[in-house]
Design a protein. Structure first.
Length: 335
């Protein structure tokens, strides 16, 4: 038994796509956000990275506990004993804060400030100290706290960053800026309701793609292959509900989809056409036919799969080899 591999498997088994779009990432690349919201961007499969994230969460909890022992008054939970949360767009966009604090400013001890705690490795921490500006250090983090301050009607935020290498601390008071929340809600609305991924702000050879994405992530991000996960959110028949309690609806079966149904999908799944990197020849009521050279390839429900018609799972495998004709022949032979 490889003990490290067992650790990694345990970490990976607990991973799931998030139900909503998080306020903590709304400042990110819109194409990546769309793929994540449609449960099409790969989950992290590196146990070491997952443990680092978990360590960061634990450190942030420890910082909050340490603050509670100081003269600063900390409230990490609301009156119902839950994290302070905000939600927009029928629940499709939301987030939770580390808490709120008082007794930070001696001249105005009753002022309530947002509390935001982060951890960073030594290199990133040193960059923050040199910049002396949390918002310049990370535009995504800046967007996050600006959205939270607006959501909870707060004028300032106390930021605490913990150095994971030597336990040094960086603190800063950040002022609220108007208009950020409204801009991000509008951005989220466009992403959530879109049936195709936004244009990438980066070229496929950009360092932000090459350096920070795995080969699989790059291929899916660049629409060179279909996502690993077949689920209701990347099916052409489903859509997010933007009113009331939100959720997702299947337009083919005219029914609401709970989280379990979304994850498991059904045999009628057909890929969103924007995810298939082939020109569309025709769209039927239950299928879509694409062109590969002078050949037709149809994505059809499992019950209708036939010669040159393939389920979404089969289409996914074919996309990995760019719909190679020889592989298609083999697949049909062994079906």
């Amino acid at each position: 038994m490889n003990i490290v591999e067992e650790f990694d498997k345990a970490e990976q088994q607990e991973q799931k796509h998030r139900v909503h779009m998080g306020m903590s990432i709304i400042g990110d690349n819109p194409r990546k956000l769309w793929l994540m919201f449609r449960w099409s961007f790969p989950l992290i499969n590196d146990g070491r990275i997952l443990r680092l994230f978990d360590l960061g969460n634990r450190i942030e909890d420890q910082v909050v506990d340490a603050l509670k022992k100081s003269s600063i008054k900390v409230s990490a939970l609301d009156k119902d004993g839950k994290q302070y949360r905000c939600s927009y767009l029928a629940g499709h966009l939301g987030g939770s804060t580390d808490g709120v604090v008082k007794n930070v400013d001696s001249e105005n001890p009753e002022e309530v400030l947002l509390l935001e705690v982060k951890s960073a490795n030594n290199n990133r921490f040193n960059e923050l100290q040199q910049s002396e500006s949390y918002e310049q250090w990370s535009s995504n983090y800046a967007t996050q706290i600006q959205c939270y301050m607006a959501a909870f009607n707060l004028k300032r935020a106390l930021v605490v960053v913990y150095n994971k290498n030597d336990s040094s601390l960086y603190t800063e008071i950040v002022d609220a800026r108007e208009g950020v929340l409204e801009e991000m809600v509008d951005k989220a609305r466009k992403i959530i309701t879109a049936t195709k991924p936004p244009e990438s702000p980066y070229s496929p050879t950009d360092y932000r793609i090459k350096k920070f994405m795995s080969p699989k992530e790059q291929a899916i991000y660049n629409l060179e292959r279909l996502p690993d996960d077949v689920n209701c959110r990347n099916c052409k028949f489903s859509e997010p509900v933007m009113e009331g309690d939100g959720g997702w609806r299947c337009n083919k079966k005219n029914t609401m989809l709970d989280e379990e149904a979304q994850r498991n999908h059904c045999d009628d799944h057909i890929w969103l056409t924007a995810l298939v990197n082939l020109p569309v020849e025709s769209e039927g009521e239950n299928d879509v036919t694409y062109m590969k050279g002078n050949k037709s390839i149809t994505n059809a429900p499992k019950s209708e799969a036939a010669m040159n018609s393939f389920t979404s799972a089969e289409m996914r495998e074919l996309s990995k080899v760019n719909y190679d004709p020889d592989l298609i022949k083999k697949l049909l032979r062994f079906r």
